[in-house]
Write a protein that binds this ligand. Structure first.
Ligand SMILES: [Zn+2]
Length: 177
């Protein structure tokens, strides 16, 4: 723990007025820096989780792409049947080349779709969330014991304490100013 923190807590416990007000102001700055850093980390961690919803968006896009190709394939197949019935075989062969491209595209997209689905399932299984106090990843599937371990852990409690001390000091200086 930070040396200022230890000095400050000790002085507070003994009811000693801090000799220098600047000390507490320095301490506020230190706490702010720590907590800002932590908040940035939390924000980044949450943004990384957001990638999963981006994945979901890509999945929707790829599904739309597959649907569009299915429609094209259906229309092209109908066209080939119609041309064959009319006896326009040259045209039918031409259109069937187009159909072949569509079918090739369709299987490529389907392959990407299943890869994407697998990745999304993996991250969905983890069901992660970010701790708002310390910025650590938490699994929503963790059992109570593991969650208790996190919330009673040194790092988590350290941040909780720094946050409340910062609030305390801030309101104190807001009152006096
Ligand atoms: Zn935490």
């Amino acid at each position: 723990m930070h040396i200022y923190k230890i000095l400050y807590e000790e002085a507070k416990a003994k009811g000693i007025m801090m000799p220098n007000h600047n000390f507490e102001l320095d301490y506020i700055q230190d706490l702010k820096r720590f907590i800002d850093e932590c908040n940035r980390k939390t924000e980044l961690a949450e943004r990384r989780l957001d990638l999963n919803s981006e994945d979901r968006e890509s999945l929707t896009n790829i599904t739309t792409e597959m649907d569009e190709l299915d429609t094209k394939i259906a229309f092209t197949t109908q066209e080939i049947q119609m041309l064959s019935r009319k006896g326009d075989l040259d045209k039918a062969v031409q259109v069937s080349k187009i159909l072949k491209t569509y079918v090739g595209q369709r299987s490529k997209v389907a392959r990407n779709y299943s890869i994407m689905l697998e990745n999304i399932n993996q991250s969905a299984q983890q069901k992660l969330q970010v701790c708002r106090d310390c910025g650590a990843y938490l699994s929503k599937l963790d059992n109570d014991r593991r969650l208790v371990e996190h919330f009673t852990g040194k790092i988590h409690l350290g941040y909780v304490e720094m946050r409340s001390t910062l609030q305390e000091l801030k309101s104190k200086y807001e009152k006096t100013n």
